[in-house]
Ligand binder design. Sequence first.
Ligand code: NDP
Ligand code: 2IT
Length: 446
Amino acid sequence: MSAFVDNIMTDVKNVNQAEPEFHQAVQEVVESLEPVIERHPEYKEAKILERIIEPERVIMFRVPWVDNAGVVQVNRGFRVEFNSAIGPYKGGLRFHPSVNLGILKFLGFEQIFKNSLTTLPMGGGKGGSDFDPHGKTDDEVMRFCQSFMSELFRHIGPNTDVPAGDIGVGGREIGFMFGQYKKLQNAFEGILTGKGLGWGGSLIRPEATGYGCVYFAEEMLKTQKKSFDGLRVAVSGSGNVAQYATQKVNQLGGKVITMSDSSGYIIDQNGISGERWDYIMDLKNVRRGRIQEYAEKFGCEYHKGAGVWNTKVDVALPCATQNELQIDDAKALIKNGCFCVSEGANMPTTPEAVDFFLENKTLFGPGKAANAGGVATSGLEMSQNSMRLSWTREEVDEKLHRIMREIHTAAITAADKYGSPGNYVKGANIAGFLKVANAMMDQGIV
Ligand code: NDP
Ligand code: 2IT
């Protein structure tokens, strides 16, 4: 570690103790920015890095609710409003038992650069709760969401902070939260994205993160004159991002062999497409069941626990959660001939595994760039809400596709310019940073 990175990380670790995921996210960005700070002493003087690492505001609150047995439950709610230099705070809400301040700070921090890359005017934020939606009834989820929004509503607004979904928060939860906001504020306004199509949602928003991740991979493949046609693909997770990444791979002629959930993974050499993909959609979005049922239905392999990366594939799309792809997984993938990784999830690959991929000249698309299609389409939803009109499926998909191509170009150009050709990690961090840093310079010490 250079003295520059070391100094910043010592301070970050002192001030933000017991937040390892936040340290990890900051370290990667600071390492990437070293050549930028060298060329731009004005950023150093204005303490842009020190300021960007500190959230503008953190809100933490009690979320009490009553379960179906009449028992009072208490969860913790958060919203990290990280940076508003280029637009209102924007980023998802995560409901998962692992949620804590450090996790949301890592996600909010990454969101600043991701949102900047989309070319749209959105600042960075993230929020959520340690509430676990698994095994809860719709009524319980509704009561929780109403209680959560009973505090959050006073902190958000169409020009202030616009949350959306993330792990454990999909259309159902967004609906319950929107209903409660509207009741409390007596206003029908675009304060959440990922809304239902009949009440302000955008076509393609459900598909956007998964589609975007595959569009980004497609751009990386094109640099080597390759396409998805005939490629074998491993996808982790089976939630929103994984589902639509799988659909897009199928549309482009690839074959998804694996999917997973937090209990285990399936290997289906026939490919997860057609009625098999429809089955996943019903299993995960309607019946909310376990992926093991897929293996029972279609007679394919099922393994408990992690291991989705031990399959012979050309492309890996980690679409579940942070640090799910570790050094041994990276070694197994490379050994099996994998040459392209596109991160649908946020920070799914550990730093050691990222380094291994880069050393092995793998096409590696970091989440900030590769999964930016979701929030980009949220930005398009905000525009449609402001204009009080809706674009067609084709229009939104075309805009999403263009944005993903632009992000690819921006990342590759910045990587080249700052001395790391082909390194999308550095390129995405630098390109995302510059726009925010310049806006902060223009706006003074605030
Ligand atoms: P979902 O809740 O729809 O799906 C999450 C999937 O990942 C499920 O299959 C879940 O399994 C699995 N998973 C979650 N946590 C773990 C864990 N700790 N260990 C193993 N498996 C786990 O979430 P999304 O698909 O929306 O999000 C997936 C990833 O994509 C996250 O990293 C998210 O931050 C990122 N992302 C999402 C965007 C969006 O628009 N939704 C945009 C950009 C990034 P199980 O059901 O068993 O828990
Ligand atoms: O991580 C992410 O980019 C998201 N969960 C989507 C955020 C958004 O506001 O659509």
